[in-house]
Design a binder for this molecule. Structure first.
Ligand code: GDG
Length: 493
């Protein structure tokens, strides 16, 4: 890797291990979700430290540290826990992070609860993270995601002098949506205390540039389609589009193992002699689950030849289970699945198989391999790793990807996938039919082209591109600091 001499500290809201209390004992489970999937191989490869919340709140029984120590031994990197109290969990995590920033940044401003107490708790928890990190003397602090946008400003207030870089895993909103935030100036100004800010796509980068310029917190100028810099008078910040990726070889290798081949056979036996449509999502309104079911229902209404020909396997991973909105989404999802199965099932065929849990990596791989069509149709998504994992696991290159144009992945995979607007139920229904009936040669051409992109631009390529940028930026600052031509007021970087 470009700057392999650096010590790296990853900072994110959640640690890659989750502690759960079960029968008076602590159990450790691997963390789920895209951020953990992407960052774990990076830290496993180069070592370092991960700072984050282990899922424990203050006042809970002791004994959980032992679980974390075991994860450290297994993973080869250090874990530094930041424990939240119950109020912080409710007002910071469930409040500002998940009831303000998540819906706003995904384009659902009407779902936001702009409670000032939530914003105050956000500041307190960002301060807590800054306190936990301030003593770390690693060369590079890489902070992740929307929960921690204030950490850089708070660290600078503590005279932290090292490099601070940030990556946003979710979309950055348009100016129309961002400006609805009551604390828009402060949040954006705080974000600009990082030295390098990474986004998933060029679209997110452009939204960010527009917000900076429109709100007048700096002067953002393009340096080509995927880079920009922001002049702040006393210093300069860089931003760029760095599309996150997966460990391609790991997914491709696993999909080709005997174990997965056996599981594919078992799974085919379980669903019956039909082609399989597959969906894999965390339970979240941004993932477009309801629209997807409606499109499938319409496809079954309009194309009778799909009956007893196709089954739809939808894996839904539980998420934010104690939030009312998510419970309501699950009830709605269950209701529509029941309706579709009730309407169309025959003695020999059930059109939807629905799993509400988490499966192991081999089972996930078997699902990806067996699927004739993967339905990745979020209403908005930062990137969507499932789309890339599906392609990497398609070792016989026969599957079709139906992909939302509002997933970040559409910027890279748009020419190989069948692109849809997930709000257009009729178009998505047609896309399902087109994908299921697509000729083998076209399937394989499309899949090959997507696999080439994903193989070339894998998670190591992504991390290297980001870290190299961070490293180069640091060198430039050092060069300028020692150069006579460097304006005096900018030496305070
Ligand atoms: C956020 C952004 C961005 C799912 N079910 C199982 C399982 N998974 C894994 C998948 C995949 C991950 O969870 C989901 O990642 P996504 O990218 O699809 O979505 P988010 O969790 O919302 O991630 C997203 C990502 O961050 C990275 O920047 O792409 O836009 O929202 O890796 O494989 N894994 C296993 N069993 C399951 O049942 N083992």
């Amino acid at each position: 890797m470009g700057d392999s001499g650096d010590q790296l500290t990853i900072v994110s809201n959640r640690l890659p291990a989750v502690l759960k209390r079960c029968d008076d004992a602590w159990q450790v489970e691997p963390g789920s979700g895209g951020l953990v999937q992407a960052m774990s191989p990076i830290l496993c490869n180069r070592g370092g430290r991960w700072v984050g919340w282990p899922g424990v709140t203050t006042g809970e029984p002791d004994g959980w540290e032992k679980g974390l120590r075991q994860v450290e031994v297994d993973s080869g990197f250090e874990l530094k826990p930041v424990v939240l109290n119950q109020r912080e969990f409710e007002q910071f995590y469930e409040g500002f992070a998940n009831s303000v920033l998540w819906p706003l940044f995904h384009g659902f401003p009407d779902r936001c609860d702009f409670d000032p107490d939530f914003y105050a708790a956000y500041g307190q928890v960002n301060e807590k993270f800054a306190d936990a990190i301030a003593g770390v003397d690693d060369d590079l602090l890489w902070v992740h995601d929307y929960h921690l946008m204030e950490v850089a400003r708070r660290l600078r207030n503590k005279d932290y002098g090292g490099r601070l870089v940030f990556f946003l895993h979710i979309p950055f909103p348009s100016i129309e949506n961002f400006s609805k935030l009551p604390w828009r100036h402060r949040l954006l100004t705080d974000l600009l205390h990082y030295d390098l800010i990474g986004f998933q796509t060029e679209r997110d980068l452009h939204h960010f540039q527009n917000c900076v310029n429109y709100l007048g917190v700096g002067a953002a100028e393009e340096d080509g389609p995927s880079r920009c810099h922001i002049e702040l008078g006393t210093r300069e910040v860089e931003a760029g589009a760095f599309p996150i990726a997966i460990d391609y070889q790991d997914f491709a290798r696993r999909a080709a193992t005997d174990e997965v081949s056996q599981r594919v056979e078992v799974l085919q036996g379980d669903i019956g002699p039909y082609q399989m449509l597959l969906g894999v999502d965390r339970l979240d309104y941004s993932k477009g689950l309801i629209h997807r079911l409606q499109a499938y229902e319409m496809a079954l209404e309009e194309h009778l030849d799909l009956h007893e020909e196709v089954v739809f396997l939808q894996l839904v991973v539980p998420s934010r289970e104690n939030v009312d909105e998510y419970q309501a989404l699950k009830r709605e999802f269950d209701r529509i699945v029941g309706r579709i199965n009730g309407r169309f099932s025959t003695a020999a065929w059930q059109p939807i198989h629905y799993l509400y849990n988490c499966v192991d990596p081999e089972q996930l791989s078997a699902m990806y391999r067996l699927a004739s069509v993967a339905m990745v149709t979020p209403l908005r998504d930062g990137m969507n790793l499932v789309s890339k994992e599906f392609c990497a696991s398609q070792v016989d290159e026969s599957g079709v990807l139906v992909l939302s144009e509002f997933a970040g992945a559409a910027e890279q995979l748009g020419s190989g996938a069948v692109l849809v607007n997930p709000y257009d139920i009729g178009q998505t229904a047609q896309a399902i039919y087109r994908a299921i009936t697509m000729e083998a040669q076209e399937r394989s051409q499309r899949m090959k082209s997507m696999r080439e992109v994903i193989e070339h631009s894998d998670v190591y390529w992504w991390a290297e591109a980001f870290l190299e940028r961070a490293h180069r930026q640091q060198q430039t600052v050092q060069e300028l600091l020692t150069s006579d031509s460097f304006p005096l007021e900018r030496r305070s970087v």
